[in-house]
Design a protein around this ligand. Structure first.
Ligand SMILES: C[S@@+](CC[C@H](N)C(=O)[O-])C[C@H]1O[C@@H](n2cnc3c(N)ncnc32)[C@H](O)[C@@H]1O
Length: 309
């Protein structure tokens, strides 16, 4: 069954076996959002095939890693890669000519040996004609403690573009310079500030806490994106009113990040409970009560007073 609720501010689309009696305050605060949010409980290939070509300025997602999480079943690596190829092919079709795909992955593991998924996915994107702009290392502090190898504390966000003419904004994602008052001490620019007063390029190594139990955004989802991570991609790779898609949307972090910055957010997931939570999070965001970790908040550092906060 397809239920659709529509106002000029927000559209929610959901396909489900059950009704969705949702709070009316979903649309309460028109000032907070003049954009569209589309969520469907549906397989992503079906969802993608229903979308027009070249629509989305940004596809940002984290697929299952084929490691047996609650929302996936493990399959032979070849068939996993073939199913990823099918979804990626559709994502490229719906990608705007100036658009970007950010595919966030970690490792598949086999008898204690790791297989970095981005290495295996690289040829799929290349054969589809995409260019890799950055392989961003996302470093986080929490995870399993390994006994026979070093504990894994990073995953990668592989930023691909469809053409050389891609949407890219550095200023909104600059971070504070290490020495903001530093000046040239000789030469024609002596005395002038040596760095950009707006801050520095955040580089391709990003430190954001992963969403574990004490994170303000934690839901029942075992692997949700920190919203601040998606915000950085949205701000750098899209303009206001652009369309942003997450084909493995989980509890809707990408859609929330898109709405926060006046973009349209689209997503699908096969698990109804996650879509329900995504809808509730959007509702909470629109009502001004969604708790998020603010962009730019320093990572907790136990060696500093109050953890540096
Ligand atoms: C790593 S999680 C993504 C979580 C998401 N980034 C968030 O912040 O909540 C992968 C998601 O893909 C969903 N999924 C798996 N196979 C799918 C499919 N064929 N179509 C749509 N979603 C799928 C799972 O239910 C799971 O929620």
């Amino acid at each position: 069954m397809v239920r659709q609720m529509k106002t000029s501010q927000l559209e929610i689309v959901a396909e489900s076996q059950v009704d969705f009696p949702k709070p009316l305050d979903l649309f309460a605060d028109a000032e907070r959002c003049a954009n569209v949010a589309v969520l469907e409980c549906r397989d992503n290939l079906d969802f993608l095939r229903g979308q027009p070509g070249e629509k989305f300025k940004l596809v940002v997602t984290s697929p299952p890693y084929n490691i047996g999480k609650a929302y996936e079943s493990r399959s032979p690596l070849d068939s996993y890669l073939e199913s990823q190829a099918q979804v990626i092919r559709e994502c490229v079709r719906v990608l705007h000519p100036q658009g970007s795909i950010c595919w966030q992955v970690g490792n598949y593991t086999e008898n204690g040996a790791i297989v970095p998924l981005d290495c295996l996915l690289f040829p799929i994107f290349r054969e589809l004609g995409l260019q890799l702009r950055n392989r961003i290392v996302w470093h986080f502090g929490h995870g399993l403690h390994c006994r026979n190898r070093l504990s894994g504390r990073y995953e990668t966000i592989n930023w691909w573009t469809k053409s050389d003419d891609y949407t890219w904004h550095l200023d909104p994602i600059r971070v504070p310079s290490k020495y903001p008052g530093k000046r040239h001490f000789k030469g024609p620019r002596k005395g002038e500030l040596s760095g950009n007063p707006k801050g520095k390029n955040p580089s391709d190594v990003w430190a954001f806490p992963n969403v574990k139990n004490n994170h303000p955004e934690k839901t029942i989802h075992p692997c949700q994106f920190p919203i601040e991570l998606v915000e950085r991609l949205v701000l750098a790779l899209t303009d206001e009113q652009d369309d942003v898609l997450d084909p493995y949307v989980g509890v809707g972090s990408t859609v929330v990040a898109a709405l926060m910055h006046k973009r349209n957010g689209y997503g699908c997931d096969i698990i109804e409970e996650y879509i329900d939570i995504a809808r509730d999070r959007i509702s909470d965001f629109l009502a001004g009560r969604l708790k998020t970790r603010p962009m730019g908040k320093p990572v907790y550092d136990p060696s500093l007073p109050n953890g540096g906060h």
